[in-house]
Design a protein around this ligand. Structure first.
Ligand code: SF4
Length: 814
């Protein structure tokens, strides 16, 4: 028998009351048997999964005797409902959320507060009490702030818990009350596009189409109006897998309209398989060269929408260049070879760079010009490279040249848009510290903060950083080591206790990052505490708010992050301000009540607790990016200095003139979008003689970044392997299943190889996020791709170039 949580509460209180009245003083066999029977009832509790896949999904958690016994997902309403018909879909969890039980009961689960006893990174800890842990951490934090100021404190938040209260919001709320922390900015996912696009479009609006005029793309539902869909490095079937997410919306729209799809990608993805889709294989990092060649065809065959260009852009040709620009520096001049390099960007030239045949480039350009509306987009893979900034803006040039922006069935060239519903969450307050740098540079801020300046490292809020990082609070995050670049170069920095003096990790699992902590504090899983979960950045035409109720008590001494930070607030004398007189459930109820003021259709709290989810659609949103700008650019200008799309950016020209860039091929900043070859590309780097393969890490279905790595079901379903083309495998005598060693100057890992024509020759790929597990010789046995990546950042965004790596692969003989 299964009962829902509400009925269980009533039943259990009745049992407790009965036990009191019947047996408070004399326990009887009957009352004990009733209590046992009550515990033995299978109970269903509404819960959810809120990790950083872009979605949040509803889970129905079935428990018995205080243990989760199975997990199902949203089955409410019509399973075939589609957002493009005005409906709301089921918020069905993917295999990761449904395997949550193995995460709750994983052997790696953190059970008690612990303190390091071995060398840092060695992984030896002793159990301590919560009192001791928080007392000692508070004392060390006060001491660090006294000696080095709050600018020496870095909060590193990951994506292990993205619910509304127990997430890193609680951490920031506390730290902002005690003077703040280093104000780093940007992220590991979209740093190049989010920093490059404001120069072109005025902003990169991660908040979605609904709220602003430019930046992030149109909703997937607009594909229902498009004749042709062209995308670069985008695999939504895997990266937007949730029932509440966008792939269902995308596939429904494309199927309904019969939209033809073209995918430009170095690998054949699950999104293409079995669909009306064409794959154009391309060498990684050369998308911008392909875009230049498409532009060449459009310009020379008079297919550019000149009326759009003239009204909405500057810098396309010499006539619209700003006065400060040198003659010959327009985009058109660059494409036609009239600029400084005197090289026309012909399809034949691009074919030699991209491996896409010239005639295919010409046909694609003509198809894009003829098939209007044309929805042009990119995933985030093309911009996770050393030339990621210009990759992303070069792709954006295609809808600009074609005038395919701001109309039904069109897009800005960005990834598909997201709508975000309610702007809700535990208030964090403002960070009093205003000085910060791009997040990827934090290891340099540990070693030599003063070397990070506005000109060398895009530091904001001051000419330079003033204090080395001395205290790291790593919350629900594996970026301390696993998800950063250049693990083997980063490791000695972390191991040196004279550099970062204190590292605290809050997590549910003993991750590779937690191994480098001085104190480890055990967090609860979603199912062990109450919280709210709102939709996130992978929703289009529908929105929702979910309850994640407490299904079971933590089995050990785990505490919700909100409680952990409350304990610290008590030690800093700000507990009352932190709690505002509310406990955790009180905050959940307050946030719900505030949300209800904005959405009066939401049910009362008791009804919400009974049903577990509220789905809704916001009105007045076409889902078309830059629609207002297209309608009237004078009334709705972009946030660029000119108010227009700045194909030539004077701001970038100034940065190119004043910033100090490191040595190396590709360390360039240009005022117009263009192809920039870089180090660690096979065709241009002499190191390719030694390391002849390029390598990148992709998002697979078996993890969300590194979350869910330690779930045996998922590892069995999606084993970590190196993907390799048969041409490369044959020349090395490799067959599927063989163990191979993948290595470069920075590190080495061992994994089985999978030989497949779904990846182009001269490239190998790994599902990113595997947990780092080095042996005594430093060889990574866990398959963590970041032993091969680099600490050197991209030129403009100072981002992680995680897809730009040269490697060699050989049979493992260890
Ligand atoms: S990982 Fe993402 S898609 Fe999968 S269940 Fe969790 S929230 Fe949903």
């Amino acid at each position: 028998m299964t009962v829902d949580l509400q009925r269980r509460r009533v039943f259990q209180s009745a049992v407790a009351g009965g036990a009191l009245s019947l047996g408070a003083f004399v326990p009887t066999p009957v009352s004990a048997a009733v209590a046992r029977a009550a515990a033995d009832i299978e109970v269903m509790t509404w819960s959810g999964c809120a990790v950083n896949c872009g979605s949040r999904c509803q889970l129905r958690v079935f428990s018995k005797n205080g243990r989760v016994i199975r997990i199902e997902t949203d089955a409410s309403g019509d399973a075939s409902a589609s957002t493009i018909d005005g409906g709301c879909t089921q918020i069905r969890a993917c295999q990761r959320g449904r395997s949550m039980r193995q995460r709750i009961y994983a052997p790696e689960r953190l059970k008690f507060p612990m303190k390091r006893v071995g060398r840092r990174g060695e992984g030896r800890f002793e159990r301590i009490s919560w009192e001791q842990a928080l007392d000692e951490i508070a004392a060390r934090l006060k001491d660090t702030i006294d000696r080095h100021t709050n600018e020496s404190v870095m909060i590193m938040h990951g994506s292990g818990n993205q619910a509304l209260v127990n997430s890193s919001a609680a951490t920031y709320r506390f730290f902002n009350m005690i003077g703040g922390s280093l104000a780093w900015y940007s992220d590991y996912s979209t740093a190049c596009i989010q920093n490059a696009w404001p120069y072109l479009y005025g902003r990169f609006d991660y908040g979605g189409v609904r709220s602003k005029a430019a930046g992030q793309g149109s909703y997937f539902s607009q594909v229902k109006n498009a004749k042709l869909y062209v995308t670069f490095g985008n695999n939504p079937a895997v990266t937007r897998a949730s029932g509440g997410g966008q792939s269902w919306e995308f596939f429904s729209a494309a199927r309904r309209n019969g939209t033809r799809m073209v995918f430009i990608d170095p690998s054949y993805s699950d999104t293409m398989a079995g669909r009306n889709a064409e794959w154009i294989p391309i060498r990684p990092g050369t998308d911008a060269a392909l875009c230049e060649a498409i532009a060449y065809v459009l310009i020379t065959e008079n297919l550019v929408d000149k009326a759009f260009i003239d009204r909405y852009t500057i810098g396309y040709d010499e006539d619209s260049l700003p006065a400060s620009a040198k003659p010959g520096s327009s985009y058109r001049s660059h494409i036609l070879g009239l600029g400084p390099d005197k090289t026309p960007k012909t399809p034949e030239r691009a074919a030699g760079i991209t491996n896409v045949p010239a005639e295919r480039i010409v046909r694609l350009a003509r198809d894009m010009a003829a098939a209007k509306p044309c929805f042009i987009s990119q995933g985030w893979a093309p911009q996770r490279r050393m030339n990621g900034e210009t990759q992303s803006t070069s792709i954006a040039m295609l809808p600009i040249l074609l005038g395919q922006i701001g109309l039904p069935g069109t897009n800005s060239g960005a990834r598909e848009g997201d709508s975000y519903g309610l702007d809700a969450g535990l208030p964090t307050g403002a960070n009093p510290v205003k000085v910060g740098m791009p997040v990827f540079l934090w290891p340099q801020a540990v070693v030599d903060a003063a070397s990070l300046t506005a000109e060398t490292a895009a530091v904001r809020g001051a000419p330079a950083l003033r204090h080395n990082i001395k205290f790291i609070w790593n919350t629900q995050s594996n970026t301390l080591i696993n998800q950063h670049g250049g693990i083997n170069q980063l490791r000695p920095i972390l191991e040196d206790e004279t550099k970062v003096e204190t590292i605290v990790c809050v997590d549910t699992q003993m991750t590779p990052s937690a191994m480098f902590a001085d104190y480890v504090l055990p967090d609860v899983c979603h199912q062990e505490s109450i919280d709210l979960m709102a939709d996130s950045y992978a929703v289009g035409d529908q929105n929702y708010l979910m309850l994640s109720d407490k299904a079971i008590d933590p089995e050990w001494e785990q505490k919700p992050n909100w409680e952990i930070m409350r304990g610290l607030a008590r030690r800093f004398g700000c507990e009352a301000a932190y709690t505002e007189g509310l406990d955790l459930e009180g905050w959940v109820r307050r946030l719900y009540a505030e949300a209800r003021k904005n959405l009066p259709g939401m049910p009362a709290w008791d009804e919400f607790r009974r049903t577990g989810i509220y789905k809704y659609r916001m009105e007045g949103d076409s889902g078309i990016v830059m629609e207002d700008f297209r309608r009237d650019p004078d009334k709705h200008p972009l946030e660029t200095p000119s108010g227009r799309i700045e194909i030539y950016s004077e701001r970038l020209a100034e940065i190119a003139r004043t910033w100090k860039l490191p040595e190396g091929r590709g360390q360039e900043i240009h005022p117009i979008p263009r192809y920039v070859p870089t180090d660690e590309m096979v065709q241009v780097d002499p190191k390719a003689k030694q390391y002849p393969l390029e390598a990148f890490g992709y998002h697979g279905p078996g993890r969300t970044h590194s979350t869910y790595h330690n779930v045996p079901w998922l590892r069995e379903a999606h084993p970590d392997v190196v993907l390799m083309n048969p041409v490369d495998a044959q020349s090395r005598g490799l067959k599927t299943g063989m163990l191979v060693r993948v290595f470069n100057d920075r590190g080495a890992l061992v994994l089985p190889v999978k030989v497949t024509p779904r990846i182009i020759p001269s490239l190998v790929a790994f599902p990113q996020g595997a947990w780092y597990r080095p042996d005594e010789k430093g060889l990574d046995r866990g398959g963590c791709f970041n032993v091969l990546t680099q600490l050197k950042p991209t030129p403009l965004a100072k981002a992680n170039p995680s897809h730009t790596n040269l490697v060699q692969v050989e049979k493992f003989r260890g």
